[in-house]
Design a protein around this ligand. Structure first.
Ligand SMILES: [Zn+2]
Length: 238
């Protein structure tokens, strides 16, 4: 079974084979009518032939001459206006879109970049009729990106020096995450540090709600401290 190289680049753990992709393209109503006709003829079908097909399939019809088969799989050949560069974009079947966007946006190599970078990375090797809309929606609804941005009306504190003369006078807290869900259903880490001794503590948490964090604080050794002077890091202001 031949592995499609352009797909292999982005899905190193589980490369898609050409026959798998062809099967998925034939199951997708957007690509099936074009692929079936490409497999049978070099001539573009008439509009009357394509008219009963889905709106997505009809969007591909004007690009008939730019659509080509490689190992029986439908590709779009993109060429720059001056013809100096071209690239082959796999026409991605709907059933593979989520898997691909997880790879181009969510994975370690995806890096949760914004819409424009995710778009250009996706377009390097892939094309489908609602590519831009799907990438925008994916980035907008990405939980990790939303959590990272935090509240919109964040007030910036003035930088200042804090003097502490003894352990347990003041501690700093911050939340790290979002991480992959653990077996104990935790996604976040509450990090505490004593200003004076620099003693750190790290406590896993299922969420970053104030009530959960307060409960965790009560359970820690920090709860025995004589002074509660809590400084939250980037996300919380008290
Ligand atoms: Zn993201």
């Amino acid at each position: 079974m031949e592995t499609d190289m352009s797909v292999k680049v982005l899905t190193t753990e589980n490369p898609w084979s050409s026959s798998e992709i062809q099967k998925a393209q034939l199951e997708d109503p957007a690509t099936r009518p074009i692929l079936e006709r490409k497999l049978n003829s070099k001539d573009r079908p008439s509009w009357q032939e394509i008219a009963p097909e889905s709106p997505a399939a009809k969007q591909y019809w004007p690009f008939w001459d730019s659509l080509h088969l490689k190992h029986g799989v439908l590709y779009h050949k993109w060429e720059s206006e001056d013809g100096s560069s071209c690239r082959w974009q796999l026409i991605l079947p709907k059933s593979r879109i989520q898997e691909l966007l997880r790879e181009t946006h969510d994975s370690a190599s995806g890096g949760h970049f914004g819409v424009m970078k995710t778009l250009s990375k996706t377009r390097e090797l892939f094309y489908w009729d609602r590519l831009r809309a799907d990438v925008e929606k994916w980035c907008r609804e990405c939980h990790a990106c939303g959590a990272r941005k935090g509240p919109k009306t964040r007030t910036k504190g003035r930088l200042q020096r804090y003097n502490v003369g003894a352990p347990s006078e003041r501690m700093a807290l911050d939340i790290l995450g979002t991480f992959s869900l653990t077996k104990k259903v935790n996604r976040y880490v509450l990090v505490l540090m004593d200003y004076f001794t620099k003693w750190p503590e790290a406590i896993t948490n299922p969420d970053q709600e104030a009530l959960t964090l307060a409960e965790e604080l009560v359970l820690t050794d920090f709860a025995l401290w004589r002074t509660y002077d809590i400084t939250f890091g980037s996300k919380y202001k008290f």
